[in-house]
Structure formats: C-alpha cells, structure tokens
Design a protein around this ligand. Structure first.
Ligand SMILES: *[C@@H]1O[C@H](CO)[C@@H](O)[C@H](O)[C@H]1NC(C)=O
Ligand SMILES: *[C@@H]1O[C@H](CO)[C@@H](O)[C@H](O)[C@H]1NC(C)=O
Ligand SMILES: *[C@@H]1O[C@H](CO)[C@@H](O)[C@H](O)[C@H]1NC(C)=O
Ligand SMILES: *[C@@H]1O[C@H](CO)[C@@H](O)[C@H](O)[C@H]1NC(C)=O
Ligand SMILES: *[C@@H]1O[C@H](CO)[C@@H](O)[C@H](O)[C@H]1NC(C)=O
Ligand SMILES: *[C@@H]1O[C@H](CO)[C@@H](O)[C@H](O)[C@H]1NC(C)=O
Length: 423
C-alpha cells in the first residue's frame, strides 16, 4: 500500500506543478475543521474534529487519520480518535475526509494537530521506567533518576486503569540499589475482562522534573509466582512430576521448564514443556491447578533434584519473556555418595570404640575410688612362697605387690583427707 500511494503522490505533485490549468483527476472533499486535542486520565489522548464545510451532499463522509509516516492508519465514520500514548515525545495526528472506506481514494487535504510532552527539561525526566506485574496481583515499577536532578528529589508515581475509576498515587516509594521503586496492588481476577492498559506517570513533588510516562498493556510484563512441586514418583522407569500452578493463571496460558539435576551422573537437564500432561491417567487428577509432566530416561537408583519455573505464553499474553523464580527443589532416589559412605563406615566404629574405651577406663577409675581394693596378704604370701624358681611369676608377683601397696597408700591418704575435712 505504501508504494502505490507514494507514487500517486509524486505523480500528483508533478501533474499539479507542471499541468497548470488541468483539473484534478478525482473530486476530493474539503478538509475537516476545528481539529483539537485533549488528555484524559494520565495519557489517554483524544483528537476531535468537525465535518468539513461544503462537502458534497452525495458523499457519506469517512475520516482517514494516521500519525506521521502513515502509522496506525484508520478510516472511520466517527469525528474523534482516542489513543493511549506515553507523552514523553511530541505526537501528531493527521486527519482527512473522504467519501468511502476505499484506501486508495484520495482524501482531502490533511489537517494536523500535535500534542507536546509536559513542560520541563527532557534531561530531568526519570529514565528506564519499567513495570512488572507480579502474579497479576501487584505491579512494581522501577526507574532511574534523570540527569540534571538533585539527589534529594522526592518522586511520586501515579497510576490509572479503567477498573480503578480514578488516578491513584503509589504510596511507598523505596530505593533498590541504583533504582527507585514503588509497588501497588492491581489484581486481575481470572475471568475478568481486563483489556485496557495501565497508565503510569512519575514526577516529583516540587515540579522540578519533567514527568515521565509509561503504558503497560494489560497482557504483558506479567511475572508469575513460582509453582509448587507436590510429588515426584517413578513409574516404569519414568519420573512423574506433579505440581501446583500459581494462582490467577489458566494452565494453558503458561509454559513450563522442568530442571532435573542428577547428583551422581552430574547431569543438568532442562525440559521445555508447552503442554503439561501425563499419559498416566492416575495423575490427571481433578484437582484444580494441578499439573503433571513425565520426564523420560531418569535413573531411579540415583539422586535426582527437580525444580520448575513458569512463564506466560503467547496463547493468552502478548509477551513471554519473564520467567517466574524457580520453585523449591524436591529430590527423589537414593543418595549414592561413595566418599560419604566410606567416611561414615570408617569413622563411626572408630568413634564408638574410642567412646567405649574411655568409658571403661573411667568406670574402672571410679570403681577404684569408690571401692578401694582390700589387700589380701594371704594370697600375696602364697604367691611369694609358691614357686620361687619361675622368674616370670616372680616379676608378676612383684608387680601386684607394688600396685597394691600404692593403691593402699592412696586410699589411706584419701581417708586421711576425708577425716580432716570432717573435722
Ligand atoms: C468550529 O468551531 C467554531 C467555534 O467553536 C464554530 O463557530 C464553528 O462552527 C466550528 N466549525 C464547524 C465546521 O463546526
Ligand atoms: C448527486 O447524485 C445525483 C444522482 O446520483 C446526481 O444527479 C447529482 O449530480 C450528484 N450531485 C453531485 C454534486 O455530485
Ligand atoms: C477502490 O478504488 C479503486 C480506484 O479508485 C478501485 O479500482 C477499487 O476497485 C476500489 N475498491 C473498492 C473496494 O471499492
Ligand atoms: C524531599 O523531602 C524531604 C523531606 O520531606 C525534604 O527535606 C527535601 O527538601 C525534599 N526535596 C526536595 C527536592 O524538595
Ligand atoms: C524471587 O527471587 C528474588 C531473589 O531471590 C526474591 O527477592 C523474590 O522475592 C522472589 N520472588 C518470589 C515471588 O518468590
Ligand atoms: C542444577 O545444576 C545447575 C548447573 O550445574 C545449577 O545451576 C543449579 O543450581 C542446580 N539446581 C539445583 C536445584 O541445585
């Protein structure tokens, strides 16, 4: 369409410039009158006009309108056009009249009306104004201070959506590293008709910076909450993962990623799931929001750790870029960590043995202190005079004698000190 139109324009130009007295090939209508522009909400811009004066009575009037460079061309019978435009730049609408909806009909002379951004230094406006709609529950917007602004600038964020009925101010603005952020509740109920965009404006209390605008389409910039894994199970050599989707989403409107890490094989597999469904009917429960996926070729006798994340898909949403956080990880299978087992197998008996030895020594000590051994002189004498020729026996006897004498002295000392303590 672009090319013939341009050619036609060129031809008309040559024709008019050179032709002099020749009439235009087709009768065109007079231009529209009283074109004006106004802003509602934060950035709903409406252009209105009146029908042309002196239009042919045989003509049923249609209006062609477009932004510069023939963008967003529309031919309608209405005498107004509304668009949501972020007013960060000057924007102009051109309007002409014609007698049919035929795009190739030459319209009247086009009339143009522009709207400029609010007053102020463009460099002072905040930059990188971005909003993410978390789980269709609250929206969080972040931005960076503009250049040429004082660091103690106090920002305010205003937002508007048709369901709110009025412009609201975001309450608590906070800093987040380099960025400034503000979050406000905005809920989309599952079945609600939530078509129009959210309009955002950030300015400062003192009116020193130029306001910045953003328009968030109702079906984009959505970051779902992470899903929750409910169960993992092995059936016929396949791993079945069952999870619960975040609230506020239809299962068919989400895409999934299932991550399976195998600790032993040190593998890291990611499965992209467009449509989550298990062949096994057992898992297709009637539970709402429960989703199942079968992961093939997972070794059951090793430890597998599974995580899932979700994002919106093109079936229901305009963009599909924001992944949710990963879900909590869940593991299944046997822990087969050989070094761990060997260490455990070696260290535990050693510790137990050491404990027993210490305990036995301690008990013996305790027994000696509590029940000092009563010396048996008869036995000693018998042994002493038993067999004098056996050297080893002699040594043994001597040993016992020594020890017992010592213990006897010990207990005597102990008794002595006890006596002293009692006095
Ligand atoms: C344009 O607006 C003026 C003033 O509001 C009005 O007098 C005039 O009739 C309008 N023109 C048309 C064609 O409606
Ligand atoms: C309007 O249409 C009628 C019949 O179709 C025709 O006779 C008349 O000349 C037309 N008027 C103009 C201004 O074109
Ligand atoms: C539009 O106009 C062109 C020429 O003016 C004509 O060839 C074409 O058939 C028209 N199309 C329609 C849908 O009326
Ligand atoms: C921002 O607010 C604080 C406290 O209300 C005030 O001290 C400061 O001057 C304000 N900054 C500007 C640029 O107005
Ligand atoms: C996602 O992870 C980030 C960073 O760990 C955390 O700050 C945020 O709260 C998480 N969001 C959700 C919805 O859990
Ligand atoms: C799985 O392995 C990858 C790559 O080594 C790692 O980035 C990820 O954190 C692991 N996942 C879990 C749940 O540990």
């Amino acid at each position: 369409m672009e090319r013939p139109a341009r050619l036609y324009g060129l031809w008309a130009l040559l024709f008019c410039a050179g032709g002099g007295g020749l009439a235009a090939p087709a009768e065109t209508q007079p231009p529209v009158t009283n074109l004006s522009v106004s802003v509602e909400n934060l950035c709903t811009v409406t252009w209105t006009w009146n029908p042309p004066e002196g239009a042919s009575p045989n003509c049923s009037l249609w209006y062609l309108s477009h932004f510069g460079n023939k963008q967003d061309k529309k031919i309608t019978p209405e005498t107004h056009r509304s668009e949501e435009v972020p007013l960060n730049e000057r924007i102009c609408l051109q309007v002409g009249s014609q007698c049919s909806t035929n795009e190739s009909e030459k319209p009247s002379i086009l009339v143009e009306k522009c709207i400029s951004p609010p007053e102020g230094d463009p460099e002072s406006a905040v930059t990188e104004l971005q909003c993410v709609w978390h789980n269709l529950r609250y929206m969080k917007c972040t931005w960076l201070p503009g250049r040429n602004t004082s660091p103690d600038t106090n920002y305010t964020l205003y937002y508007w959506h048709s369901s709110l009925g009025q412009i609201l101010q975001c309450e608590n603005i906070y800093r987040e590293d380099q960025h400034i952020a503000c979050s406000f509740a905005l809920t989309k109920v599952k079945d609600s008709n939530f078509d129009s965009s959210v309009q955002i404006m950030v300015k400062d209390n003192a009116g020193k910076i130029r306001p910045a605008f953003s328009i968030v389409p109702s079906s984009s910039h959505v970051k779902p909450d992470p899903p929750h894994i409910k169960s993992l199970s092995f059936q016929n050599g396949d791993l079945y993962v069952q999870w619960k989707n975040p609230q506020n989403f239809y299962s068919r409107c989400l895409s999934y990623q299932v991550e399976v890490n195998n600790t032993q094989a040190k593998t890291h597999d990611i499965f992209y799931v467009e449509e989550a469904k298990c062949q096994n009917s057992e898992f297709e429960g009637n539970l709402e929001g429960m989703i199942c996926f079968m992961v093939p070729g997972v070794l059951p006798d090793t430890l597998n750790t599974v995580r899932i994340r979700v994002k919106t898909n093109k079936l229901c949403y305009e963009d599909d870029k924001l992944w949710s956080n990963w879900s909590q990880a869940m593991s299944i299978g046997q822990k087969a960590n050989p070094t761990f087992y060997i260490t455990t197998l070696l260290i535990i008996p050693v510790i137990v043995a050491a404990a027993i030895i210490v305990l036995l020594l301690y008990l013996k000590r305790l027994k000696i202190i509590i029940f000092p051994p009563i010396p048996d002189p008869g036995k000693i004498f018998k042994e002493m005079f038993g067999d004098q020729n056996d050297d080893t026996l002699h040594w043994k006897k001597y040993d016992i004698y020594e020890k017992q004498t010592k213990e006897e002295t010990d207990s005597v000392v102990l008794i002595e000190s006890l006596k002293r303590a009692a006095q």
